[in-house]
Design a binder for this molecule. Sequence first.
Ligand SMILES: Nc1ncnc2c1ncn2[C@@H]1O[C@H](COP(=O)(O)OP(=O)(O)OP(=O)(O)O)[C@@H](O)[C@H]1O
Length: 233
Amino acid sequence: MPIILENVTKTYQTGEVQTLALKGIDLIIEDGEFLVILGPSGSGKSTLLNVISGLDTPSSGVIRFNDQVLTDYKEEALTAFRRENLGFVFQQYNLLQNLTAYENVQMGAAIGKEPLDVEEVLEKVGLQEQMHKYPYQLSGGEQQRVSVARSIAKNPAILFCDEPTGSLDEETAKQVLAVLEQLNRSLGTTMVVITHNPGIGDMADRVIKMNSGIIENTEIHDSKKSAKEIGWG
Ligand SMILES: Nc1ncnc2c1ncn2[C@@H]1O[C@H](COP(=O)(O)OP(=O)(O)OP(=O)(O)O)[C@@H](O)[C@H]1O
């Protein structure tokens, strides 16, 4: 189910100041693609992710998912669409502290129409041994893998990741990236990953570079590197 953006703009108005965060984006995100979005701070990456995923509405332009025109949806329909089809992973893990890893993932599975088996998902992210631990008993990388497992458990068509390894050291980050890589391959989940780290781009089918609200450059990879093989920083 491709996502199609046609001439999407986003302008923020803060008092007298107008910021053109997106200046007419045309983009098709293909089904099953591993897409990495790079670009300097303030270039519009998070804004792009927010409007693609319906967390925010664009100022103009059209966003379609199959034959559904998301930009025509009211808030409630958009929320339902997001719940059913999209998963999110952020730099902060946002786990519920009083629930175990298993229970956190169960919460994710509960909102899916065709959820995955909770134990299988925990196995896929390499946490079968840790599933009855609480977040405070897990390392940062393990917590982020729980967060990925929770988002993937509802079996979303697309997983949006905004700086998913921003708080992790290289080795731990690569473990989390290996999980994204493996889920993309085994489940066919479309991955959209925002990062400052150009090394992560080598894992992608396609890298788009944002600058000042436009897509400055697109790189298509015929062969990808595995998380283990990529350079760092
Ligand atoms: N809610 C907002 N109100 C006003 N301006 C905003 C808002 N959110 C973002 N902006 C502005 O829009 C531009 C794009 O911001 P955005 O957060 O999309 O960039 P980014 O590439 O994700 O940056 P970073 O890598 O630092 O997260 C910036 O100039 C920013 O100041």
